[in-house]
Each structure stands twice: as structure tokens, then as C-alpha cells.
Design a protein around this ligand. Structure first.
Ligand SMILES: Nc1ncnc2c1ncn2[C@@H]1O[C@H](COP(=O)(O)OP(=O)(O)OP(=O)(O)O)[C@@H](O)[C@H]1O
Length: 326
């Protein structure tokens, strides 16, 4: 549905997004994540032509965006920002119906749409439709911002850190609302954040960006289990307090659960064999040999090691529980 084909954006000769190849599927909740300055917003704004690309092609539904009429393109793409661009002296209803007005919807259709949209984000239409934006809380304003982007039923919604300024509870409830809305209306959402927790919670797929390039694209599960490189691993470690990385035979050896004494073994494992597969191997045989580099010493893992490893894990968990309860 949205396809970047070797897209580059330069400012004064410096590329801020370079050689970008990416396909976002119809109906997908797609998250762009990366540190500040990695090119997320630039990538997003190229989709609705708020920023023009320097090289390459960007397609929506198979057609180059350069061939779209800009007005038509923008009407078909909803846009939600952190600093909500709502008009403070207009009512909630007037704000939501800006694009439907331009598209000359009937008064009745607009009224029904406002009712449906406000209900979908738990704002009582009778109470809220006539209120001025300045009479709403930050969270309520952000809800109106989200449904306004959906008002004219666009196929694509772009969201640039829409919940960054909200407190955690309001943020969580809006995240749930947006997910529900996306599933209900089956929109393609491209969502920018630098919060890994949020990316995992919302994204069908996540694209990790760094310095204008893609480091990895995948589902949360794929990225968590198989981070493509050290940048992604570090990004996960700093962004997720509970992230340890997938435990492998290497983790096991690092913690000293192995022996270099020659041991009878029936199976071999690799350093990147997962802990789950190691557990299975040790259920089948009493010991395994680790395939290490030819010039390093032989290492073996015995079933007892596994038992000690898990026992240590349980002890550590008990200790942290005690500390929390102390
Ligand atoms: N108009 C401009 N002229 C020159 N450089 C720009 C311009 N707009 C953005 N940049 C640069 O492009 C790079 C990418 O910016 P972008 O806003 O896309 O990053 P981002 O990942 O969205 O960052 P953040 O999370 O801080 O919003 C940055 O280094 C920024 O300074």
C-alpha cells in the first residue's frame, strides 16, 4: 500500500534519510522507532508530501505520490501530532468536521460521524460536541485530535508521537483506543515513537531506524528474539527495563554453567542455540558438547548445570521479591 523505493532526503547535500526501501501493508499498524534525529518524522512527512523526497520513489496503492493531486492525497491521509493542531476557538464538532466540510458532506452525515467517532473514544457526544477545545483536558484534546484524523474516512493515518506529552494512565488508555479504532476501521497506520514499550504494544511491525537508515524491520517478537545487530540490542536494552535479550548457550557459559572436563556427550549445541533448545537437548541426553572455535578449549554442559541455572534464577527472583516487600 505504501512503498518506499530507494528513497533519499537531503538537506544541503546531507542525507537525513538514505536509500530507504520499505513496504507498509494495507491495514497494518506500522511503527517507526529510533533515537532523536534518526529520520522518523522526515520519513512520515514524505508520505503526505509535507516533505518532498530528493531521490527515489514513493508509491501509494501502486501510484507514485508525485502523480497524486496534493489536496486529494492529504484528504486521504489523516495526520495526528503531539502538539495537536486543533483550533482552540472552535467547537469539538467543528474541529472534527473540517475535512468533511471541505468534501461537502451533508449536515446529517457529519453529525452522525461526529457521534460515532466521539463514542468510539468514550467521549459522550451530547456533552462534548459543542464544547470549545480550550474547555478540554490534554487527554480529551488528544482524543479529539485522533478522531479528527479519522473523520473523512481516510485510508492512511500518520501519527507523530501523538501521546508523548500525556501522563502514563491517559497515554495507556489512548493507546488502547487507537488500537481498537484501527482494528475497527481497518486503517493503515504509520506511527512514530521513540518509546519501545509503545512500539511493542501497538505495532504489527516495527521499523528500527538509525541515522536515516533502517536497522531492522519485523514483528515485536522477531526483533526481541533476534535483534539484527548491536544497535538494535542496545536500543532494546535502554528502552525496555526488563529486556535481557534471548537467553542462549552463550549466556549460560557466561554465567559459568559449564565444564571444560572431558565429559561423555550425545549431542552438540552451538553458542547461539536458544535456552529452550538446550533444555530439550539436556532432556534427551545427560550432557552436550558446545561447538566452540577450533582453537578454544572444549566445553560441555551437563544436566546438573541446567538445574543449578534454574535454581539460581528462582533464588534471584525470591531475593528481589523480598527486597520489594522489605
Ligand atoms: N528543514 C531541515 N533542514 C535541515 N535539516 C533538517 C531539517 N529538518 C530536519 N532536519 C534534520 O534531519 C534529521 C532527521 O530529523 P527528523 O525530524 O526526521 O528526526 P526524528 O527521528 O523524527 O527525531 P525526533 O525524535 O527528535 O523528532 C535531523 O538531524 C534534523 O536535524
Amino acid at each position: 500500500m505504501i512503498r518506499f523505493d530507494n528513497v533519499t532526503k537531503r538537506y544541503d547535500g546531507t542525507a537525513v534519510v538514505s536509500d530507504f526501501d520499505l513496504e507498509i501493508n494495507e491495514g497494518e499498524f506500522f511503527v517507526l522507532i529510533g533515537p532523536s534525529g534518526s529520520g522518523k518524522t522526515t520519513t512520515l512527512k514524505m508520505i503526505n508530501k509535507l516533505i518532498l523526497l530528493s531521490e527515489g520513489y514513493l508509491y501509494i496503492d501502486g501510484e507514485k505520490i508525485s502523480e497524486y493531486d496534493i489536496q486529494e492525497l492529504r484528504w486521504n491521509i489523516g495526520y495526528v501530532l503531539q502538539q495537536i493542531a486543533l483550533f482552540p476557538n472552535m467547537t469539538v464538532e467543528e474541529n472534527i468536521t473540517i475535512v468533511p466540510e471541505m468534501l461537502k458532506w451533508s449536515k446529517e452525515d457529519m453529525r452522525n460521524r461526529v457521534t460515532e467517532l466521539l463514542e468510539s473514544v468514550n467521549l459522550d457526544p451530547d456533552k462534548y460536541r459543542g464544547r470549545q477545545i480550550s474547555e478540554l483536558s490534554g487527554g480529551e484534546q488528544q482524543r479529539v485530535g485522533v478522531v479528527r484524523a479519522l473523520a473523512a474516512n481516510p485510508d492512511i493515518i500518520l501519527m507523530d508521537e501523538p501521546f508523548g506529552a500525556l501522563d502514563p494512565i491517559t497515554r495507556n488508555s489512548l493507546q488502547q483506543d487507537v488500537l481498537k479504532l484501527q482494528r475497527k476501521f481497518k486503517k493503515t497506520v504509520v506511527f512514530v515513537t521513540h518509546d519501545m514499550q509503545e512500539a511493542i504494544q501497538l505495532g504489527d511491525r516495527i521499523c528500527v531506524m538509525n541515522k536515516g537508515k533502517i536497522e531492522q524491520v519485523g514483528t515485536a517478537d522477531e526483533i526481541l528474539k533476534h535483534p539484527a545487530n548491536d544497535f538494535v540490542k542496545d536500543f532494546l536494552r535502554t528502552g525496555l527495563p526488563y529486556y535481557e535479550g534471548e537467553k542462549t548457550v552463550q549466556t549460560f557459559i557466561d554465567k559459568g554453567f559449564c565444564t571444560n572436563k572431558e565429559t561423555p556427550f550425545e549431542e552438540t549445541v552451538k553458542l547461539d542455540t536458544s535456552l529452550d533448545d538446550l533444555t530439550l537437548a539436556l532432556a534427551r541426553s545427560g550432557a552436550v558438547k558446545v561447538e566452540t572455535a577450533a582453537d578454544s578449549e572444549s566445553l560441555y554442559i551437563k544436566r546438573e548445570h541446567l538445574i543449578h541455572y534454574y535454581a539460581d534464577d528462582i533464588l534471584a527472583e525470591e531475593k528481589s521479591k523480598k527486597e520489594v516487600n522489605a
